[in-house]
Write a protein that binds this ligand. Sequence first.
Ligand SMILES: *Cc1c(COP(=O)(O)O)cnc(C)c1O
Length: 498
Amino acid sequence: MPAPDRLRQIPSITSLLARGEIRSLLARYPRAVVLGAMRRLLDVYRGEALREKGSGRSREEWTSLLLSALPDAITADEGGSLRKVINATGIVVHTNLGRAPLPGDAIRAIVDVASGYSNLEFDLTGGTRSRRLAHVEEALLELTGAESVHVVNNNAAAVFLCLAALAKGRDVIVSRGELVEIGGSFRIPEILAASGANLVEVGTTNRTRQADYERAAGPSTALLLKVHRSNFHVTGFTEEVQTADLVVLGEKLGIPVMEDLGSGAIFDFGAAGIPGTPTVKQALGRGPGIVTVSGDKLLGGPQAGIIAGRKDLVEPLKTHPLSRALRLDKLCLAALAATLRLYADERRATACVPVLGMILEGEGITRARARKLIARVRREQARSAIRDGASPAEHRPASGIARPEGGGLKMQVERSFSSPGGGAMPEIEIPTACVALSHVRVRVEELDAMLRSGKPPVVGRISKGRLLLDMRTVRDEELPGLAAAVVTAARSRTTGND
Ligand SMILES: *Cc1c(COP(=O)(O)O)cnc(C)c1O
């Protein structure tokens, strides 16, 4: 059947609305929710119909597929569009998937503060007004070794505030190799322009020398800005001025140095054998006047922008009018305070901050998790096969891998590499284990789409014709949900086709 004819087999909304099954759903759920779920399913089906080979499904088959999928699609929508997903990408700090999953302590702190009133800006001893940042200040001073700290809504806000407060109407010198874009909307030249500071570019894309900064500096220079390249790295014929050297120059010229670290850590990854990211304390030790970092990258806490540095530079930020517009909300503050408390003891931090645990987890543990997932999927398949009346022998869980069984689903443990993500250490690859999925009858893109729209949604990555589920970013407690999602994705297409 040609593609237009296959598309004509997809039922129309009007014809579906006339059916009793849909009318009974309309009696239970808002019309917009039912229609929205129907449209979304029909969109998926149109895509499938175009890719179908041979005669394709009939109108009756599409209709019964929709009627069986619709109740789940509606309840998924009822929970709103923002929902929990299983991150099987292996990218630990995944900006599109919400960055750092929070430590349990931070979650409890959020619930506690959110469910009632709190002493957010109230001194319980004196019964007087106090500052919200008092709840994190001491811990941050201790952990960063800074003279002074300030916290705002995120790191973009931190950079913006520093530039607006310290360099408005004046020059900020940045290397051409560091005029980066991060996360699709944070662009150094644009943030500078918006802050009212003038960007003075020096050097070239691959090489910038100290003399370049020196030549560009003058009476109107407010800052020498160093930006962590975060999501890319330059190799080959390159040269950049290290922060410590920039600090020497800054001291000679009387110009402060600011460093946007982005993914600054509190935990010393270098000491744990993962080089490339200094701790905030180490970064400050190189002498810049100001360092800015995100709260939800390698630090592993909530969204926040932390500014640490010299008193004379940081204190004026606190009373700047923009500080109020960029301030940290109370839930993030509660979570940040709880996360920072964990860092008081390094062992506690590595055990309780999920981002640290995932990055540091040994490859062997990820492999064991991959095996556990495969065994679970096989068990679930056997169970549902028995429910469906098939002979259990066909579906017996087997230790042999890569065997087409369980309705054609193939699963195999495969070595691959995870990445810390969040713009941290773009060149670091952490050995990991994935479950590689493929199916004898289902295209891997379709399997991927099914898993993404499942309950819970699962996000993996396609590589060489298989769907890889990286076990580094999957938690043990997510395995039952993940296994069920894999079974459902593999089945939802095979039924009706087999
Ligand atoms: C991530 C990053 C930012 C933006 O931080 P947000 O917390 O997402 O606002 C800015 N600069 C660098 C170098 C980064 O890596």
